[in-house]
Ligand binder design. Structure first.
Ligand code: FAD
Length: 465
């Protein structure tokens, strides 16, 4: 079970949750496996479109206990992935997806207000910074490409303002995107659970799918019972790699997070005091924000690789890499030397080759759908839009969502094992070396750069690193 303080806090605030398990053979119009943001948004969109649908969610633990209840809470648009979108679908579709995702950032705030979800939504923007000289201007290529297409979602920010907003002069430069927010992720997940229940979605928790029978009417087998449905939707995130059809389509890596005791008067007034989301420009991404109770929450991406996509328990409990994460944080905020780190956690990221999610039919099966590959970027717009896409596909509607470029039956797979694992380790070590050298102002050698260049796209575009 996750150690994420977000999740513990949200569960405590929600009070005792009543969970149900399936018994005997149950039938449904639509069964969704996985009660994270994707599964919950899909269920909500389906019910909103057709309240008569009989929808069941099957969740192995409690809704929100996966990545959705333990992430950094950055709500950002797709603009940062514009290069990948352009490569996938061309300028028109890329602009459409980017624009809809920016709208979704605002829509999330409205949705939470309308449905009484108090998830500490703060629409204070995203600051993309450079924490080494090498990273300065990492965004230039992306901003130039966006500008070439008449798009200007980022604003230049004066370095002094970057320091003021972030509270540290280790941020040497940066650009700002106004259409971004932060949330308390587990409060959002449990809030969506409440909305889904209110709409009449049946949720079975502590009910892992143990076996899936593919067929005209797929059947999900759990311990005490099974659900037969006209349509089945796989919304299992990294755990979907247990399905052979999806195993090679993502690489499972960890993201690791620490949280401090609340800061009291440690930074000058006005510094880092709002809900701004901040990350730097490395592949071993440092990302950070504050929480509304004053804690510093700091994460670092790209840690543990899962051999053959086996998630097991490697992504539960406290982070085994907490010291490394803490060292990165202390390096950026040396003035907070006396602030203790009080907790850490880890979680799996379903990283796709191009950093974009994909939606389709499992092995081409018409009754089984899936969404996967959020690549550390699934809070807010991507899973909100994913919910609309899967709802449209499940209902068989022909609209902008079912025709969206992210619906793709073929995506580039990772190599077979053991080559994927060995390759991933070699690339990870090269990235470590590259970023260590760049941090100390040295230029990495050719081989290091070539190997590091093989890394799949991350939160910030590959072109930027
Ligand atoms: C540490 C960390 C930090 C992150 N930070 C950010 C961030 O700041 N911003 C951002 O945009 N993204 C971030 N992400 C990514 C983001 O959290 C995910 O992309 C998003 O939550 C994906 O939602 P999901 O519903 O697909 O997955 P999940 O929330 O993981 O949902 C999948 C669900 O499936 C369930 N499940 C698995 N197997 C079974 C089974 N056999 N039977 C039934 N149920 C099953 C799981 O228990 C889980 O609840 C982060 C991720 C991590 C781990």
């Amino acid at each position: 079970m996750t150690e994420a303080y977000w999740f513990k806090e949200a569960i405590a605030a929600a009070g005792p949750l009543v969970t149900e398990q399936p018994a005997g053979r149950i039938t449904a119009d639509i069964c969704i496996v996985g009660g994270g943001y994707l599964g919950l948004w899909t269920a909500i969109r389906l019910k909103q479109a057709d309240p008569t649908l009989n929808i069941v969610i099957v969740e192995k633990n409690v809704c929100g206990s996966g990545a959705s209840g333990r992430n950094g809470g950055f709500v950002t648009s797709y603009w940062v992935q514009y290069f990948s979108l352009l490569g996938l679908a061309g300028a028109e579709a890329a602009a459409w997806i980017g624009g809809r995702s920016a709208e979704a950032v605002r829509e999330l705030g409205q949705f939470c207000a309308e449905h009484g979800i108090d998830c500490d939504y703060r629409h204070d923007g995203w600051l993309w910074t450079a924490t080494s000289r090498h990273q300065i201007g990492a965004w230039n290529g992306l901003l130039a490409e966006l500008a070439r297409h008449g798009l200007k979602p980022f604003e230049a920010m004066d370095p002094a303002e970057v320091v003021r907003r972030s509270g540290t002069d280790r941020n040497l430069a940066g650009v700002y995107q106004a259409d971004a927010a932060t949330i308390q992720p587990a409060k959002l997940a449990l809030g969506l659970r409440r909305v889904a229940l209110r709409l009449g979605v049946k949720i079975y928790e502590q009910s892992a799918m143990l076996r899936l029978k593919r067929g005209k009417r797929p059947i999900v087998h759990c311990r005490g019972g099974s659900i037969e449905a006209a349509k089945l939707i796989i919304a299992m995130n990294a755990w979907a790699t247990r399905l052979p059809e999806l195993r090679r389509l993502v690489a499972v890596v960890s993201s690791d997070v620490i949280a401090t005791a609340p800061l009291v008067g440690h930074l000058p007034a006005g510094c880092f005091g709002d809900g701004i989301a901040i990350c730097d420009s490395r592949m071993f991404l440092n990302y950070w924000r504050n929480a509304t109770d004053g804690r510093f929450v700091f994460g670092r991406a790209l840690g543990h690789f899962a051999f053959a996509g086996r998630v097991d328990d490697n992504y539960e409990g406290p982070s085994p890499r907490a010291r490394e994460v803490e060292a990165a944080w202390r390096g950026l905020y040396p003035m907070l030397g006396d602030v203790p780190v009080v907790t850490s956690w880890t979680g799996p990221i379903d990283r796709s080759m191009d950093g974009l999610p994909f939606f389709g039919h499992l092995g081409g099966h018409p009754a089984i759908l899936y969404g996967l590959g959020f690549s550390g970027h699934g809070v807010g717009p991507p899973t909100m839009m994913g919910g609309r896409i899967l709802a449209a596909l499940a209902r068989g509607t022909n609209d902008e969502w079912s025709r969206c470029a992210l619906v793709r039956e073929r995506v580039e797979p990772f190599p077979v094992e053991p080559f994927r694992y060995l390759g991933a380790i070699a690339v990870r070590e090269a990235l470590r070396r590259k970023e260590r050298l760049e941090d100390s102002g040295q230029r990495p050698d050719w081989l290091t750069r070539r190997l590091a260049g093989l890394a799949p796209s991350g939160y910030v575009p590959k072109e930027a690193t």
